[in-house]
Design a protein around this ligand. Sequence first.
Ligand code: SF4
Ligand code: SF4
Length: 366
Amino acid sequence: MYYKNYGNTGLKVSAIGMGCMRYDEDDVRAGRLGHCAEVPLYAYSKGINYFDTAPFYSEDKSEEITGLALGQLPRNSFLVSSKANIGTTGKTVTADAFRRRLEKTLTRLKVDYLDFYHLWCLMSLEDYKKQHDALYDFFVQAQKDGLIRNIVFSSHMPGDELELVIARNQYRGMLIGYNALNYRFRQSGIEAAAAKGMGVVVMNPLGGGVIPQNPDYFRYLTAGTDLTVAQAALRFVASHQEISITLNGLTTREQVDEACAAVEGLVEKPVRQIVADMEGQGVAMNNLCTGCGYCDECPVGIEIPKYMDAYNQQLFGGSILERLKWHWSLPAEGAAICTACGKCERLCTQHLPIIARLAEIAAIKD
Ligand code: SF4
Ligand code: SF4
C-alpha cells in the first residue's frame, strides 16, 4: 500500500481508504453483518488504514458492520471517520441531541473516539453557514472531551466556495467529490486546502460509475499502464499530491485487491500539473452528470437524473433519443414540462445547466 500524509496532522494514511457505504446489500438485508465485516478486515490486512462511514449508510448498518471489524483491531492501527449534520441530530438541534448521536456512532463502531468527524454534506455557502452555526460548537466541545480527534467537513461546493470555508481555519480536513469528470471544478479548493495543511479526502472517484460504464470514452486514463479504466480513475485521483486519501466503496475482497493494485508505485504530481496534462491532451470534462441523484426533487416530476444521463450519452458521441427510448423508456417531450424553477440546479453536485439541457432535449425532433 502507498501511504500519504493527512495534511500536517502527522497522520500517515493509506492512499486508498475504504468507503463503508457499499456492503453487500443481500447480506445486509439478511442480517449477515459479520460476513460483511470480513471486507474491512481484509482491506486492513492489505494495508488500508482509513475507514469512512456515516449514519444511514447500508440501511443504517454501516457503522455497526464497520465496528464489528474495527473492534477486533488495535485502536492505534486504524483511522475511522463518521459524520453528523442537522439531519442526523433530529428535529431539535441541541447539544444533547448531537452528543447522543455521536455516542451512538462510537458505540456502533466500538471505539472511544473518532479520528475524524465530518460536518456532513455542505451543499452551498448558505448551507455551510446554517450547519456550521448550529453545530460547530458541539463539535469543539466533543473534541475537548476527547471524543473526536479532528473536526472536518464534507461538501459538494465548487472550488471558489470551498476556498471561502477553508480560509476560516476551522477544519483540519475536507471530504469532497472529485474525479476525472469534474477535476477543474474543485481544483482551487484542493489547492487552498493543501496550502493550509488540511487533509483532502476524495469520494466518488469513479464519477458515480459513469467512468467504468464508458470504458471506451475514458480509455485515455489507462495510457501507459495495465490498469482497468476503474483502476486508472482511482489512480488519477490518488496521484494528486494534494489529495491524502481516495475513498473507494468496497463490497468484495476482489475489489479491495483491485483498488490496492491501482496505487502500487504511485507517482504524485501537483493538481496544477495534472490539469495541464489533461488539457494538453484535449480532455476537459466538467460537464457530465454523475447520476448522484441529489437533484431528484423536481416539483413537476421530471426524472432529472435519467434525462441528464441521456444527455451524457450525447457528450460520449451517442444519441439522447436512443438512450431515453431504449434505456429509460422516457419521451424527449417529457423534458418540456420544466418550469425553470431552478431547484434542481441549486441541488446539482456538478452544477450543470439542467434547465438548458432539458430545453435542448425537449426540442429534439424524432
Ligand atoms: S428547473 Fe425544471 S427540472 Fe429543475 S426542478 Fe424546476 S421544474 Fe424540475
Ligand atoms: S444532474 Fe447533477 S445532481 Fe442530478 S444526478 Fe446529475 S450530477 Fe447529480
